[in-house]
Structure formats: C-alpha cells, structure tokens
Design a protein around this ligand. Structure first.
Ligand code: COA
Length: 367
C-alpha cells in the first residue's frame, strides 16, 4: 500500500501539558484527568480554568468565572446590532466566523479569553433565532454557560436534564490534543498574532466535515436508515458507492473514541428521563453494522466510532437543531483553543515547516 504523506500523521510538533490521546488504548487525558472522570465531575465553568490555569477551580473561583462568562455573554449580546450581515449568512459556521472576527482583539489575556468564550454561544444562538425570523434572547449572566446557551437556543426554560447533558458534552469535547483546528490556532498564535485572529482561523478549520462538520451528516444517515434492520444494507451500499461512513474512523484512535461512551451515557440519561426519542438503539445498531462492514474491507486499519457519531445523537436528543451541531462544538472547543494559543505563545517559536518542491526550476524550463 502506498505510504500516505501530507497529513503530518505521527509528526510531533511540540510539547503540550493540556491533553493527551493514547490512540491504541482509546484513552484521552485532559490535564491529568481521564475524560470519563472529568465529564463526571466538572462543568464547563470548571474546564475553562482547568485548561487555562492548570487546576479545577474551588467554589469561590467557580462562581467568579461563571459570573465573568455571564458578563461576557451580555457584552457579546450588546454587539449584535453592530454585526451587520454576519448573522444573516446562510451557513452557521460562516456566521460564527464572521461575527467572531468583529470582536475586539485588545485587552488582557484573561479579558480576551472571556470575551471569545462568552461570545460564541451568543452568536450561535442569535444566528439560529435570526434565521427563524425571531429576536435573539438576551443572556442571563447569573446562569451557567450551558444553561444560558440552551435557553437562548430553545427560546424557553430548558429542563435540568437537558442542561446537564449539554454541559457534559461541552466538558467532553473542550480539548483534544493537536487536532486540525487547534493546530491552526497555534500556527496563528506562533506568528505573534492575536487570540481573536487565531480563534477565527480555528473556526474555519473546524467547519470541515473531516473535523467538526461530521455530526449533521451522521444524523442524516441515521434518519435515512430509520430502522436497525436496514443498517447493514445501507452501510454496504454506501461503501460500495465509494462513500465514507460519517462518525467512523479517526486519524489518531485505533480503538473506539473514549468520548463516544461518555456521550452515550448522556443520551441514556435523557432517554431514561423521557426527554429524548429512542435514537440510541438505532445508533448502536448502525455503529455495529459499520464496524462489521469496515473490518473486512480494512483488515490493517481499525476504523471505529469517533466522537461525532454520538455527538449527533446527543445534541439532537438535547433539542439542538442540526445547523447548530458544529457551532456548539466551537462553543466548547474555544476553551481548548485559547489554552493552546497561550501555551504556543509561551514557546516564543514561529511554526514554519518546509515542503518538498516538485515544480520545475528555471534552468530546466530554459534548457
Ligand atoms: N468510512 C469508510 N472508510 C473510511 C472511513 C470512513 N469513515 N475513514 C477512513 N476510511 C478508510 C479510507 O477510505 C482509507 O481506505 P484506503 O486505505 O482503502 O484508501 C483508510 O480508511 C484510511 O483512511 P485515511 O483517509 O487515511 O484516514 P485519515 O486518518 O486521513 O482520516 C478521518 C481520518 C476522520 C478524516 C476519516 O476517518 C473520515 O473521513 N471519517 C469520516 C468523517 C468523520 O467522521 N469526521 C469526524 C472526525 S472526528
């Protein structure tokens, strides 16, 4: 088999204290904590200081970051009238990118981190409500980040179970090693550019279906398959037509993505509370069928379920509309991007690799 090049697979681009993936074991460690234990004990307000300063907050710090994020959401909401066409762009990730690009880049590192983290849920929910012809809902700074975002999206008081499920999702996906959008953010930061520019670039990288754009198509697939007994036939036809199964395969994991099980737990709790339609059984049947169909086709490459598979089912069960799946990923991942931007900046080193030139040289042209 031809060796694949160009994807930097296996290339170590630097050191990080933020998160570690053991792709063979299917393990993710964030600042010394397994993702399963982190998701069980932390809220998004805890993960921000964990990533940004290295430790989970004590109760007083937790209330202060909760309030600071609330104030940042209020500030972002005040900017909405001045955002022009940004929130009327048809694609929600285009809208998020265009709106984030208008944020002020100056201020202390802490101010800029809060400004960006507070703004993304406000812009994402405002895009949705604008696209529905409704007025965006003003943030309530006293509420938790997940709760206030969900309230703004649904336009009503969300049930505590839905809030807990969304909070669990935000915690689970907040950071994940040197993924494409994080690397993008680090490259921009390495040029001594600002955090807003780095996050805007990262939003662009996250948008693609090979990265954060997969959950929408996963839900499309589940809806097309509709019944567990149709899964294997649908998967075989898709693969025979040369298509990929969205939500399967990963650049680093050779085992099941550990975040999948964490998200499945969230869906189970929503279904047990009677708040979600039973898509979990269908998703599990489709995952099994995909594994069975992919194994003989790729005996040398383990293609297992990645985070996006159950992200689609979970976010749908929470009540988020499909167009907000990838923006919601950004709402969480911005915490990781900002931690990486800071870590990269502290290295003081420009990221500037080299490529092998395969074009012609002037001497050959004139020979
Ligand atoms: N469905 C079917 N086949 C897949 C596949 C999938 N989801 N993912 C990888 N493969 C196959 C490729 O076709 C390739 O086969 P080949 O060697 O016969 O050409 C082989 O597995 C290796 O794939 P490669 O493209 O080198 O893997 P990668 O590391 O570049 O890709 C992803 C990683 C995530 C981009 C890829 O698995 C994918 O496209 N998955 C679907 C999209 C998705 O879920 N994205 C979210 C990622 S978190």
């Amino acid at each position: 088999m031809a060796k694949r090049v160009g994807g930097l697979e296996g290339v170590v681009i630097g050191d990080t204290e933020l998160s570690h993936i053991d792709g063979e074991a299917g393990r993710l460690v964030v600042r010394g904590l397994d993702v399963e234990s982190l998701a069980g004990r932390a809220r998004f307000e805890d993960v921000c200081p964990l990533l940004w300063s290295g430790a989970l907050p004590r109760e007083a710090e937790r209330s202060s970051i909760r309030r600071a994020l609330g104030d940042a959401r209020v500030h972002a909401f005040e900017l909405l009238p001045g955002l022009g066409r940004a929130l009327r762009l048809a694609d929600p990730m285009d809208a998020l990118r265009a709106a984030a690009a208008q944020l002020e880049a100056s201020g202390s590192p802490e101010e800029v981190r809060l400004r960006l983290t507070g703004a993304l849920p406000v812009f994402a929910s405002a895009w949705l409500r604008t696209s529905l012809g409704e007025a965006p809902l003003p943030p309530d700074p006293a509420r938790g980040h997940a709760e206030d975002y969900l309230r703004a999206v649904l336009g009503r008081e969300p049930e505590p179970e839905r809030v807990a499920a969304l909070d669990g999702y935000l915690v689970t996906v907040a950071d994940h090693g040197m993924n494409a959008s994080t690397f993008t953010a680090r490259i921009v930061a390495s040029t001594e550019s600002d955090d807003v520019s780095a996050v805007v670039a990262a939003i662009g990288a996250l948008k693609g279906p090979a990265h954060g754009g997969a959950p929408g198509p996963v839900l499309d697939m589940l809806e097309e398959i509709e019944k567990p007994e149709r899964a294997r036939d649908w998967i075989d036809r898709r693969l025979e037509a040369g298509g990929r199964i969205m939500g399967m395969g990963h650049r680093v994991y050779r085992a099941r993505d550990p975040r999948a099980a964490v998200l499945e737990g969230g869906i189970e709790r929503l279904e047990a509370a009677g708040l979600a339609q039973a898509k979990l059984a269908l998703a599990r049947a489709v995952e099994r069928a995909a594994l069975e169909a992919l194994r003989p086709r790729h005996p040398d490459r383990s293609l297992a379920c990645n985070v996006e598979f159950y992200t689609a089912v979970l976010l749908d069960a929470i009540g988020l509309p499909r167009p907000l799946f990838t923006p919601t990923f950004a709402v969480a991942r911005v915490a990781g991007w900002l931690a990486h931007i800071d870590e990269q900046r502290r290295t003081g080193r420009l990221i500037r690799p080299t490529a092998r030139y395969t074009g012609t040289l002037p001497a050959e042209v004139h020979a």
